[in-house]
Write a protein that binds this ligand. Structure first.
Ligand code: ZN
Length: 186
């Protein structure tokens, strides 16, 4: 699993590094990768004064870093290795949102992060930095479903239900980063 995590970080960063200037103005710098924490134990790292959430993964704008609860990664990785790629590409999507002009950030931030994750993973496959194995696309849909809300998106903090998450991810996978931006090509 450690190897998959390291690969997911490097593939995701390479994608943004390579394509940023074709997509956006300004330079690209990666977020810090704080890596694994254990939300069960005292001494969990903090973001904006609050401990990082148990069994979850985060992008913390205050500090510009990405981190994940090891239990979430273990649980998901047991379902399939695509899990860690999705989680890291999604959190990296939040770091990208934090680097964009406000007008390019969708009100449905979580769904936009799914779309960006799809754009990155399938874009990386086109770049030749990532190879999909049999079953990976099903694993990605399974992971999005497992991580979905029970109800459709209504509020900025919502993740959206399973069909919305799969649909946004698929849009990015099919049509790339620009299709994830407000008024983007769908
Ligand atoms: Zn998110």
């Amino acid at each position: 699993m450690e190897e998959d995590i390291q690969a997911a970080v490097s593939v995701t960063n390479a994608y943004w590094q390579t394509h940023w200037s074709q997509l956006f103005t300004g330079g690209y710098g990666p977020p810090r990768v704080a890596g694994a924490y254990d939300g069960d134990t005292p001494g969990t790292p903090v973001c904006g004064g609050a401990p990082l959430p148990d069994d979850n993964a985060v992008y913390c704008p205050d500090g510009d870093y990405i981190a994940w609860d090891m239990d979430l990664m273990r649980w998901g990785h047991a379902r399939g290795d695509a899990w860690v790629y999705l989680v890291i590409a999604h959190e990296w999507g939040h770091a990208v949102q934090n680097r964009l002009d406000a007008g390019l950030v969708d009100l449905a931030r979580e769904l936009q992060a799914d779309c960006l994750a799809g754009a990155v993973l399938f874009g990386a496959a086109q770049d030749g930095t990532l190879t999909f194995e049999d079953g990976d696309t099903e694993e990605l849909a399974d992971a999005l479903t497992a991580l979905a809300d029970r109800t459709p998106w209504t509020d900025v903090s919502d993740h959206g239900d399973a069909s919305q998450r799969v649909s946004y991810f698929s849009r990015g996978a099919r049509s790339g980063v620009k299709s994830c931006l407000p008024n983007g090509v769908q």
